[in-house]
Design a binder for this molecule. Sequence first.
Ligand code: MN
Length: 294
Amino acid sequence: MSEASIQRIEAHSAMIGTGLPIRRALPHKLRRMIGAWCFLDHAGPVSGEQGLRVGPHPHIGLQTFTWMIEGELLHRDSLGYEQRIRPGQVNLMTAGRGIAHSEESLPGHSRLHSAQLWIALPDAQRHAEPAFAHYPELPVLNHAGWRVSVLAGECEGERSPAQVYTPLLGLELVSAADADAQLRLNPDFEHGALVLDGEVAVGTEAIKPGTLLYLAPGHERVCVRTAAAARALLIGGSPFSERILLWWNFVARSQAEVEQAARDWNAGQRFGEVRGYDGPRLTAPELVGLHLRA
Ligand code: MN
């Protein structure tokens, strides 16, 4: 692995919902996207009094991809879906032209460890009707000491059922003890490795929670090693060819689009209603700090 093709990215701290601290690895000023993955939050592991509570809020132009490790959350959306998500399961919400949802810990489930990622939709899909899917089980394979869950895309012949619209990879690697695997990579993909627990060496780089290791396209394989119990995510994809604008909960292409979406949400139009959440809906903030992908 040549040193020029790897990059260490330190996640920053952020708060979500009613005050749950998380680590945000994407977007970052050094790296806005990895493939179509344009957002990566790592929450927990924490035990809070009330867990996570994120009131109704809108999305456009993206898919939200929630992976549970510990705890349980309840998703409600404006299509009428009410879905509990447990460890080892994925909730995949396709916003398309617009959807709203809420996420909350359930009573007795204040323990939380999870990752939420967003996937930018390509132009051909980003105005489509919204959709929601729950995947109760993902393919799992055992590979040189790692238990590998295939969250998105394909690994060693196992394919995730999660429906995505650009070439993507999402793996979770878990080990209870030492493990040392060589994973084949698609050299057309760029990749990112994020440790969720423990310490992992990816190639020659040792990383811990809070560091995202970026691998540029061109890598045909990577060694992933640990000396003790560990958990990591490996994401990847074809570099996204469209220039996106990520603002608040929206992925768009122009400032006019995000302004319209914010106005529609704040006026109670377009996104429908999330029923059953006991709390206030979020309000779109003033439009400042727009980020066009570099
Ligand atoms: Mn959301």
